[in-house]
Design a protein around this ligand. Structure first.
Ligand code: MOS
Length: 732
């Protein structure tokens, strides 16, 4: 089996040598450059433009404003009705909103002219802080795309809380955060008549194809999206954000291919962010720590509704993570003059589990119960919200193996009880969980005369290993060494696959790849039986298998090349679709994990260092031990950033993002991250999908922030409920 082995990323060499081509690097003859002009006010309207100076500057080809912008279709297929930033009207709803696009024959000239565009505006009062607008909080209109209500309850949580011997209540807050993918969003759009080719950095080429087709009123077959590599997305490239359409609009206007690359600063205003949350947790418990009532009320910030709707689903894990008879959760929104928020790695769970797992730690401390023991006492054997069995759940193994590797038993319970010299030592833990998602996907395998195979699906590789693990699955199914299988993705002309979000690429595309290869296998075996005829008399397909480019059986072999030659073809294509069955109705589908962290705190300066980390995860079957570990290390690193460093700061007066660069938006670097021990608990979940995987993209960052906060409490005795945890918090 090649699947499961820790083989190197197949695109690794291309990436480190610079051969991997990213969206902005495609060489398109005659390309010209577009630069966005952005609003400097957060609310109001555009009265007009003074374009005289900019229009007279050298090389300027067009200045597109709401006055002369192509009218785009606002209906059908567009997931988020992003209209205002597409220059369709004069409304301004956030600072940094696109108000014009300047096109010139060079990037420098476009930048210079963009700086010379004068925008006349009427400013109205902006709402820029959640606290000031909490009175206007409202229920979402379209939670989870209308698939379920935003609130849920079972039993009577209020009565159960009132009757509970132990009552706990606290509010937790998390800030706005940005994805900060290494590759900024970039698009090159080139029209040929009524067809457009778009090179863009996206997590979803099929979504981009549909969105552009819909906005421009053309058939999706006239839109080709190309994206062989993505330099990180983390959710920010899941939607097709306005700059993609603006590049296409500009290209149409000037009749030449147009390149539009966001500046780092613009990636803070053009493509979403993780919204701020305010979360209240109420727990009623017995003195034995058994949960009797659980309530999680989440509020997250929205933009103005004209841009769409996005809800941070913070409380969904609270519905299913622990055994508890009486549970209620709510989600509310507050409109602010900020850009539209979006998915960011582990949307909902990352923020929500920080609150829930901090609260569980507080309960454990109050009851003097070991934090792992408290979780085991409330272990959910089935999903109490869906009232279904889990497709598989190895969370107990995660706690056990994680605790053993971490040596959790050396932890002494009292805060400030563990010191190393003058350094305060804290040990904390938290649970992780993330839903298992899957959507329909298609794949094609092309068998070549020399026995090699090209496998194709219109999916994406965000740097996560799609190229590699899909080739592994195909190689095993086709009986080929991996070197004889090529996997192609990132072109909307390939068979359709879903967005690479929600940790579902492997679970969606993998089964399609396996199905297409299995089809190739059985057809080639059928051909072999037919071709060998009487000489293989008595041989049944069950006796045969595909091995190294030939069908092999008890009476010899026949090469794929020979079979193709007999049919006068150079290759054979096999295509298959794979889609979820009724597993969503039968099972509750979740991946799980346990996070363990040791922090060292300097008692004089408050400096917090993460000293040791162990994460143990049940992500189902593991297709590649190396790419899986990379996902885990990346997710945990993301979580440590969330815990201690990351925060987008909005200037309350102007609604402007003050730290829109990676020198002032603090991200963890190597020096902040210790050696991370990762454990993959053995599992193979065929209830989840035919290849047994559950997803690893988001899971490892869930619970990290709580584990760190819990460790900081254990080290210092200071409970920090507001992320990120700052030095001054622990000195208080
Ligand atoms: Mo992920 S935030 O679903 O790209």
């Amino acid at each position: 089996m090649i699947t499961g082995q820790p083989i190197d990323r197949r695109d690794g060499r291309q990436k480190v040598t610079g051969a991997a081509r990213y969206a902005a690097e495609f060489q398109v003859p005659g390309v010209v450059h577009a630069v966005l002009v952005q609003s400097t006010i957060a609310a109001g309207s555009i009265d007009g433009f003074d374009l005289a100076e900019a229009q007279g500057m050298p090389g300027v080809l067009a200045i597109i404003t709401p006055d002369n912008a192509l009218k785009l279709s606002r209906n059908g297929g567009v997931r988020q009705a992003i209209t205002a930033p597409l220059l369709q009207d004069n409304t301004i709803v956030h600072n940094g909103q696109h108000v014009a696009v300047v096109v010139a024959d060079s990037l420098d000239r476009a930048m210079a002219a963009a700086a010379a565009v004068r925008v006349h505006t009427t400013e109205t009062e902006a709402v820029t802080s959640m606290e000031s607008a909490l009175g206007q909080a409202y229920p979402p209109k379209n939670f989870r795309d209308g698939r379920r209500p935003a609130d849920s309850r079972r039993g009577n949580p209020e009565a159960a809380f009132d009757a509970a011997p132990v009552q706990f209540e606290a509010t937790y807050t998390t800030p706005v955060e940005h994805h900060n993918a290494m590759e900024p969003h970039a698009t090159i759009a080139a029209w040929d008549g009524d067809s457009v080719t778009i090179y863009t950095s996206t997590q979803g080429i099929s979504g981009a194809q549909g969105t552009i087709a819909s906005l421009f009123g053309i058939d999706p077959s006239h839109v080709r999206i190309i994206c062989p590599f993505v330099g990180g997305g983390f959710g920010s490239k899941g939607n097709t954000w306005p700059p993609v359409a603006l590049a296409a609009m500009a290209a149409r206007k000037v009749g030449r291919p147009v390149k539009l690359v966001l500046t780092r600063r613009q990636t803070y205003t053009s493509n979403g962010y993780r919204p701020e949350t305010i979360q209240r947790i109420r727990i009623g418990a017995g003195s034995d720590g058994k949960l009797l009532s659980l309530r999680h009320d989440g509020i997250s910030n929205m933009s103005m509704p004209v841009l769409g709707e996005f809800v941070e689903p913070v409380a969904l894990a609270t519905e299913m993570l622990y055994a508890c008879p009486d549970v209620a959760v709510t989600h509310r929104l507050v409109d602010l003059n900020l850009p539209l928020p979006t998915y960011m790695r582990a949307p909902g769970e990352a923020s929500g589990v920080f609150a829930l797992e901090s609260a569980m730690d507080e309960l454990a401390a109050e009851l003097k119960i070991d934090p792992v023991e408290l979780r085991l006492r409330n272990y959910a054997e089935r999903d109490g919200h869906e009232n279904r069995p889990f497709s598989s759940k190895k969370l107990r193994e995660c706690y056990e193996q994680g605790a053993a590797a971490f040596d959790w038993s050396r932890r002494t319970p009292a805060p400030r009880s563990m010191q190393d010299g003058r350094t305060l030592v804290g040990l904390g833990m938290a649970t992780s969980t993330y839903p298992v998602n899957r959507q329909p996907a298609s794949a094609r395998v092309r068998i070549m005369a020399d026995g090699t195979a090209v496998v194709q699906s219109g999916t994406q590789d965000l740097g996560t290993g799609t190229y590699t693990v899909m080739a592994q699955l195909a190689a095993d199914e086709l009986g080929l060494p991996i070197g004889r299988v090529r996997f192609e993705l990132g072109d909307s002309r390939l068979p359709k696959a879903p967005v690479s979000g929600g940790s579902m690429t492997v679970g969606s595309v993998g089964p399609a790849v396996v199905a297409a290869c299995a089809q190739a296998c059985s057809q080639l075996i059928g051909m072999a039986v037919a071709d060998r005829g009487a000489t293989w008399q008595g041989v049944t397909p069950g006796d045969l298998r595909l091995r190294d480019g030939a069908v092999v059986g008890p009476r010899g072999r026949i090469g794929v090349g020979e079979m193709l030659a007999r049919r006068g073809v150079e290759s054979l294509d096999f295509e298959a679709d794979a889609k979820p069955g009724d597993e969503q109705k039968q099972f509750s589908l979740h991946s799980f994990g346990a996070q363990f962290v040791e922090v060292h705190v300097d008692p004089d300066t408050g400096e917090i260092r993460v000293a040791r980390y162990v994460g143990a995860f049940d992500g189902g079957r593991i297709l590649n031990a190396k790419t899986a570990r990379s996902q885990l290390v990346g997710g945990i690193t993301f979580g440590i950033g969330m815990a201690l460093l990351e925060e987008t700061l909005v200037d309350q007066a102007s609604g402007r993002i003050a730290n829109s660069n990676i020198s002032e938006y603090i991200l963890p670097v190597n020096a902040d991250i210790p050696d991370i021990t990762t454990i993959l608990v053995a599992n193979d979940d065929r209830n989840a999908n035919p290849i047994g995987t559950k997803g690893l993209g988001e899971l490892p960052m869930v619970g990290v922030a709580a584990a760190v906060a819990n460790a900081v409490y254990h080290a210092t005795g200071v409970r920090v409920r507001d992320l990120p945890i700052r030095l001054e918090d622990v000195l208080a």
